[in-house]
Design a protein around this ligand. Structure first.
Ligand code: THU
Length: 139
């Protein structure tokens, strides 16, 4: 990805972060995923009075993309309030892994630092679609 494309993806994540619903944690997160088609899909965290019902920004972005018919992704940018980079939680790493280990995960902070990881490095020895190929009746 070019620096320009990265900048656009991070900007989209920041736009989404502005819509975060985080009255309980006070921690706003925004994510933007780039599909192979070139389209960008955004998500923000959506908390709930029943805390475990809360949804992370990354899974919101992936749900929006898949709902639009996308299945392949090149990168996801994640930003959070508070200044420090926001590594995706374990559940989100697993959710992203479903669509490929090669995803670029971009962590950007308003303080200016930017880190890029490969998803497989953030979730080594992952359980993924291939792990199910030996299930009964699998194609
Ligand atoms: N959060 C995300 O949206 N993504 C992550 O990967 C880490 C955590 C949200 C969940 C919750 O609304 C708030 O951040 C504090 O955990």
């Amino acid at each position: 990805m070019t620096e320009e494309a990265l900048d656009l993806l991070v900007e989209a994540a920041r736009r989404a972060m502005a819509n975060a619903y985080a009255p309980y944690s006070g921690f706003s997160v925004g994510a933007a995923v780039m599909a192979d088609s070139g389209a960008v899909y955004e998500g923000c965290n959506v908390e709930n009075a029943s805390y475990p019902v809360s949804m992370c920004a990354e899974r919101g972005a992936i749900a929006a993309a898949v709902s639009a018919g996308e299945r392949a992704f090149t990168a996801i940018a994640i930003v959070a309030s508070g200044g420090a980079p926001c590594p995706p939680c374990g559940m989100c790493r697993q959710a992203l892994y479903e669509f490929g280990p090669d995803l670029d995960v971009i962590l950007d902070s308003p303080e200016g630092s930017r880190m890029v990881y490969r998803l497989a490095d953030l979730l080594p020895h992952a359980f993924g679609p291939a792990s199910l190929t030996s299930r009964n009746g699998a194609a």
